[in-house]
Design a protein around this ligand. Structure first.
Ligand code: FAD
Length: 376
């Protein structure tokens, strides 16, 4: 199918990738985003080679832009929290690029959003449009927004994240599950930590249990990102993200190896949030609406795959729609191709032992959403 009127709900990484891919394959696309603008909060995106490959295939200036602005960790190291022992080392950098055809890149989330948004002509993304409901009718799917406005489309892509209203319309209301894990995030200027051991590497410090870890890596061109998690029985904050403190970080990780603690000592502002997930859904689609990314398979961040899987979904969905005669058979193909992979990654990421000791990342990193077979 070509010349479809497609409505994408949500201008996150998955929604924008889907919009670009659907337009490149000959469709008319509108993106509806609830926020009134994009903010530059202290958030990273670690794009593994499979994610970069999905973005590379979008054409335009995305590939060049993310390479020009992305950090390139040289190795992925696993170290033990107390002894500092290195239990696995995977070459990233030039080696990953040669092996997988695309590099591993780390960016500010806002920079990635800018790169994607600039591929869409003005007017494609409509801000301040919070979807309330979708209703399937004879003239197409009607979308109703909280400002009272409406739109109609032949196909709706729900890329509206873990609280997806499209998912609710298709499958009914239910709440995501708190994992019992909270995460701290901090961005530190690189010149403040350049003297520390392995500051140019992606390092995962494995803690005494599988909830406790510290991850650090170069972010973009001149910063370092710190991401630390720990078990916490309850999350009672109203907000999903609140200010944390260095003192709290230092207290929680006081028994970690001095190399890990040294980085925490140099953090400035710290954000704290709770990690939520959902179990694999029974279905990702209805007759003319379909889900992608966190809307259908939110996962813990321990494999750095949430955004990457959303990008892969977007590409495979666009390919399935362009190669099928009707939306529901395209959705069935898309789900058949994508669900086994995303369910496996959801489960593996929840278990949090990915590459803890020597291991091979090929089954995740070598995936090419542009060439994976999508025929029936
Ligand atoms: P989202 O990014 O959540 O985007 C959804 C969009 O929909 C938002 O813009 C939202 O405002 C909009 N929206 C929601 N509801 C409505 C509505 N009703 N109407 C209109 N618009 C709506 N992934 C990685 O690949 N690498 C990483 O390094 C990584 N690190 C992470 C660290 C943390 C702490 C967390 C929590 C996640 C991390 N992830 C990472 C996961 C990643 O952020 C998500 O999986 C990814 O953002 C999902 O993209 P998405 O487009 O599906 O949804």
């Amino acid at each position: 199918m070509k010349n479809l009127d497609v409505a994408v709900v949500g201008a996150g990484v998955g929604g924008l990738t889907a919009a670009i891919a659907m337009r490149r394959l000959g469709n008319r696309v509108s993106v509806y985003e609830q926020s009134s603008g994009f903010s530059r909060v202290g958030a990273d995106i670690n794009l593994t080679p499979n994610a970069v490959r999905a973005l590379d295939g979008l054409g335009g200036g995305v590939a060049e832009w993310i390479r020009a602005n992305g950090g390139r960790p040289q190795f992925r190291l696993s170290r033990m929290w107390d002894t500092g022992e290195e239990t696995s080392r995977i070459e990233l950098g030039a080696d990953a690029e040669q092996r997988y055809g695309s590099p591993q890149l780390t960016l500010h989330r806002a920079d990635l959003m800018t790169a994607l948004e600039s591929e869409l002509p003005d007017g494609v993304v409509e801000l301040g449009k919070r979807l309330e409901n979708i209703v399937d009718g004879p003239g197409g799917v009607r979308l109703r927004f909280s400002d009272g406005s409406e739109a109609t489309a032949a196909v709706v892509i729900g890329a509206d994240g873990i609280h997806s209203r499209v998912r609710e319309a298709l499958l009914g209301a239910d709440s995501p599950e708190f994992t019992g894990i909270v995460a701290f995030r901090a961005v530190v200027p690189a010149d403040r930590v350049g003297d520390l051991v392995n500051a140019d590497c992606f390092i995962k410090w494995w803690g005494p249990d599988l909830s406790t870890q510290i991850v650090t890596f170069p972010l973009g061109l001149d910063e370092v990102f710190v991401f630390a998690t720990v078990g916490q029985p309850e999350w009672t904050e109203e907000s999903w993200s609140t200010p944390g403190s260095i003192a709290e970080l230092q207290g929680l990780y006081a028994d970690f190896h001095p190399d890990a603690r040294a980085l925490l000592d140099r953090c400035g502002d710290v954000l704290k949030s709770a990690l939520y997930v959902r179990r694999p859904l029974p279905s990702w689609s209805g007759e003319r609406a379909v889900l992608l990314g966190d809307a259908c398979h939110p996962m813990t961040p321990f494999m750095a795959q949430g955004a990457g899987q959303a990008c892969e979904d977007a590409v495979v969905l666009a390919r399935c729609l362009s190669e099928s005669d009707d939306p529901s058979s395209a959705f069935a193909r898309y789900e058949a191709v994508r669900k086994p992979r995303t369910s496996e990654i959801q489960a593996k990421s929840r278990g949090n032992d990915w590459l803890r000791s020597a291991g091979n990342g090929d089954w995740v990193y070598a995936y090419d959403a542009w060439s994976v077979p999508v025929d029936a």
